[in-house]
Ligand binder design. Structure first.
Ligand code: HEC
Length: 151
C-alpha cells in the first residue's frame, strides 16, 4: 500500500511539472502572438526637426522615389503617381496630416499605406524620422498665419 501511495505521489509530481512546463510554453507563445507590437513609436521624435534633419529627409525622399509620386513640393502631383493613376495625398496641404501624429507618419512611411509602397527595413529609424520631419515641413509653408507663429 505504501508503495502504491509513493507511486501516486511520484505520478502527481510529474503531472505538476508537466503542467508547469505546458503553462510556461503557452505563456511564452501567447506573449509572442498577442504581445506582438509594431514599432510605430507613439513617442515623439527621436530626431530633432531641425534644418539638417529636414534636408536629410529631402535627400532621402528624392533618393527613395517619394517625390516621384508626391511631387517635388509634396503636392501629390508627381509624374509616377500620375502615370499610375494613383490618388496621392497632398502633403503640402496642412489639412492632410493635421490629425496624424509623428508616430503614425513614421509607421505609414515604414509600412506603406494603400497604394503607397513600404520603405520597410531599407531605411534606418533615424532616416525614417528625418522623412517625417521633411514631410511635416512641406505643409508648414502653407500653414495658416497663426499656425506659422507657433512653429
Ligand atoms: C508609388 C507612389 C508612392 C510613393 C513612391 C510614395 N508614396 Fe506616399 N502616398 C502614396 C499614396 C497613393 C498615398 C495615399 C495612401 C492612402 O491614403 O491610401 C500616400 C500617402 C502618403 C502619406 C500620407 C498618409 C496619410 O495619412 O494620408 C505620407 C506622409 C506619405 N505618403 C509619405 C511618403 C514618403 C515619405 C515616401 C517615400 C519614402 C512616399 N510617401 C512614397 C503614394 C506614394
Amino acid at each position: 500500500m505504501k508503495r502504491l501511495l509513493r507511486w501516486i505521489g511520484v505520478g502527481a509530481g510529474v503531472l505538476v511539472v508537466l503542467g508547469a512546463v505546458a503553462y510556461a510554453v503557452i505563456y511564452v507563445m501567447s506573449e509572442r502572438i498577442f504581445g506582438r507590437h509594431y514599432d510605430a513609436p507613439a513617442s515623439a521624435l527621436t530626431v530633432p526637426s531641425d534644418a539638417a534633419s529636414i534636408a536629410e529627409g529631402r535627400r532621402l525622399a528624392t533618393l527613395r522615389g517619394c517625390l516621384g509620386c508626391h511631387g517635388k513640393d509634396g503636392d501629390g502631383k508627381g509624374e509616377v503617381g500620375a502615370d499610375m493613376k494613383l490618388k496621392v495625398s497632398d502633403l503640402s496641404d496642412p489639412a492632410t496630416l493635421k490629425d496624424r501624429t509623428d508616430g503614425e507618419l513614421f509607421y505609414i512611411i515604414k509600412n506603406g499605406k494603400g497604394d503607397m509602397p513600404p520603405e520597410g527595413t531599407r531605411l534606418k529609424s533615424d532616416e525614417l524620422w528625418s522623412l517625417v520631419n521633411y514631410v511635416r515641413s512641406l505643409a508648414k509653408k502653407n500653414a495658416a498665419p497663426e499656425d506659422k507663429k507657433r512653429q
